[in-house]
Design a protein around this ligand. Sequence first.
Ligand code: SF4
Length: 243
Amino acid sequence: MGIKGRIHSIETMGTLDGPGIRFVVFTQGCPLRCAYCHNPDTWDPRGGYLIDAADLFNKILRYRNYMEFSGGGLTLSGGEPTLQPDFCAELFKRCKDAGINTALDTSGYCEQKNLEKILPYTDLVLFDIKHLDPKSHIELTGRDNSKILENLSLIESKKVKTWVRYVLLPGINDTPEIINKLADFLSGFNFIDRVEVLPYHRLGVHKWEELGISYKLKKINPPSKEDLNCIKRIIAQRGLKVS
Ligand code: SF4
């Protein structure tokens, strides 16, 4: 019997999670509880459905042409994919053998040994940083960020290309002081290829309501275009590519 993974859903023509057109697999289960999460229905590790890595890979192969002409590939997202390291490694290994680009979209909150299983087959890591301050990180996600920052260093030591993603939350992680610290911190890494600053949005709020969980960020509005551009400029001043 092959390796099975528990997934939430798949998206066959994703354009937001890595370069080109991507087959995106949303895995089930997440140890964080981000206050702005737009996929709270992925949190429960017992939810979703089981799928065999070999069967899923065969499905991915059907989209190969789209991936090839667009410079895309497979993205494992979530939830938190690194909770299922054997499944992720198996899928990525099959893709690498077939010449398909692999991207791991992770919060970084996982055991190092899990990442070490997946990274040898990973072309690109999409790595979320939510807040550099440990206390604010706990308030925002329910967990402290030390493990996450250690894992960013691990990825750097393995020389895996990384796109850092930072969701800009007005009043929470957007002051010039916080952004300057972030930019200083990120400029110390060699394998961070770009920083994506993503505006906070409320597209997933209906899911919180459906699940009966109270949404704490009701009073926060998405950032203005000017604020977003200003933050991007601060980060770009350190020589980092920003989008
Ligand atoms: S890490 Fe991602 S899936 Fe998990 S709670 Fe945060 S935003 Fe949601």
